[in-house]
Design a protein around this ligand. Structure first.
Ligand SMILES: *Cc1c(COP(=O)(O)O)cnc(C)c1O
Length: 447
């Protein structure tokens, strides 16, 4: 085991090592590439600078951030021997257990960093959005720790259907608002057009951004998709690299579920470094839901990060910002785009993606719970399902690869989803080619 003194001192910035850098973010008004300064009104300066940092390979983790990481880091790296036996596979399966954070997921890794930078720059208030509530819960704890006021726009359907995550945020002292709300122009517009709309991440982002832009001393904080969020999450892979070394193995395959890419990036990038330098040939597999297949079936195009079109244009694989994913239980994976770094890596065939049907993800989750004891988050179950596919393929082909996957969170607050699965009350959702073509052909062609 790593001891607490082994909390990494640096995050790893993969862009510094990429031959083909991600294309720049673009200002939708002027169509010009953004500079870090353009983001200062919205984000903490340190985060805006990290977003545009294409040169520094390692970035210091501030002491205050490392001090808070100590509450739950380093997280365990576990050999899943129970799962290996149940699958009767020669593969060695390891997982990095990010579910041990106090909020139950990896999201705290970036929440702490972003709250710290806001505080250090004299910000008093922050806003954000949350889908299923994991990001909002993580940021609520980090905001309280650093003495910031937080307003969270929570997608209405989750606000009503997942009251416990709302309670968690309120317990940490955050204000939680169901989105769409009447408190912003973006929210009022949606409610006027579609009075019964149950909300989406895109709308909630629009509301949080609008509030941040109109409130003095207030910044917006995002839990995934952007480069600086992926950067903060690399603490996962930096630890895992040392832990795998202590286990005397090196992963042949690395798998993580994929919503906006933060936990996938976090585990993968420190290992990808050795592929980029030519030393290793690890395969990286992003596991996305069949109902939201941006990496496997989306188009590479500039698109907005939100529904209302307030964010900069991001060069990424996307299903179109109007895409409205089916209401699957892996709420954290219902995002329309893949982010700039991962999308470039995917274009260059440096990472792969698979799409996983909802029922397969729950079947994998139940097997994992029964063999390893941890009830996984519905999001993480996509990584488990992809791992099981790889392990079974290895058995057929007579190979014994080392597979490492990220357990991004536990599912203890998602038991109603498990209830529905065991009651045969869940289904798969396939997206038609026609729908993808219709939504993506509306995007303005910039590349
Ligand atoms: C939010 C979340 C995800 C998806 O987000 P990424 O940015 O793609 O990592 C996955 N798992 C859990 C447990 C989450 O909370």
């Amino acid at each position: 085991m790593l001891s607490e003194c082994d909390i990494p001192k640096y995050w790893y910035n993969v862009i510094a090592d990429m031959t083909n850098k991600p294309l720049p973010l673009i200002n939708p008004g002027t169509k010009q590439p953004l500079k870090a300064e353009d983001l200062y009104p919205l984000f903490a300066k340190a985060c805006a600078d990290q977003e545009m940092n294409y040169t520094d390979r390692f970035i210091d983790i501030p002491d205050e951030v490392r001090d808070m990481y100590r509450i739950y880091r380093p997280t365990p790296l576990v050999r899943a021997t129970g799962l290996e036996q149940a699958l009767d596979t020669p593969a060695h399966i390891y997982f990095k257990n990010e579910s041990v954070s106090p909020v139950g997921s990896h999201k705290l890794n970036s929440a702490i960093a972003q709250a710290f930078y806001c505080k250090a720059e004299g910000v008093t208030n922050i806003t954000t959005e949350t889908g299923a509530g994991q990001w909002g819960a993580a940021l609520s704890l980090a905001a309280k720790h650093f003495g910031l006021e937080l307003a969270v726009y929570m997608v209405k359907i989750s606000y009503n259907q997942k009251p416990y995550r709302r309670s968690i945020m309120q317990t940490y002292g955050a204000e939680v608002i169901a989105s769409p709300s009447m408190s912003t122009k973006a929210g009022r517009k949606v409610i006027t057009e579609r009075p019964n709309y149950q909300g989406s991440l895109g709308t909630a982002i629009s509301e949080a951004v609008e509030l941040a832009m109109q409130t003095p001393n207030c910044k917006y904080v995002l839990g995934s998709v952007l480069n600086h969020v992926a950067l903060h999450q690399t603490v996962i892979g930096m630890e895992a690299e040392k832990q795998m070394e202590m286990a005397g193995e090196y992963p042949d395959v690395i798998i993580a579920c994929f919503g906006g890419g933060s936990n996938f990036s976090g585990l993968s990038f420190p290992f990808l470094r050795h592929n980029l330098s030519g030393e290793k040939q690890t395969r990286f597999i992003a596991a996305e839901p069949e109902s939201c297949p941006k990496l496997t079936r989306g188009v590479f195009q500039y698109d907005f990060g939100d529904e209302a079109g307030y964010t900069p244009l991001i060069p990424m694989y996307t299903l179109g910002h109007d895409f409205s994913p089916a209401n699957i239980h892996a709420g954290g994976l219902r995002y329309h785009g893949g982010g700039a770094i991962i999308s470039q890596l995917k274009r260059d065939n440096l990472v792969d993606a698979v799409d996983i049907p909802q029922l397969e993800s729950f079947k994998a989750a139940a097997l994992f719970a029964r063999t390893e004891g941890i009830i996984p988050a519905p999001e993480s179950s996509h990584a488990i399902a992809a791992t099981i596919r790889e392990a079974l393929r290895a058995k057929v082909e007579g190979r014994a690869p080392v597979i490492l996957f990220n357990l991004s969170g536990h599912g203890l607050i998602d038991m109603s989803a498990y209830d529905r699965y065991f009651a045969n009350d869940l289904s798969d959702y396939h997206v038609s080619d026609d729908e993808i073509i219709a939504l993506t052909s509306k995007l303005e062609k910039i590349v």
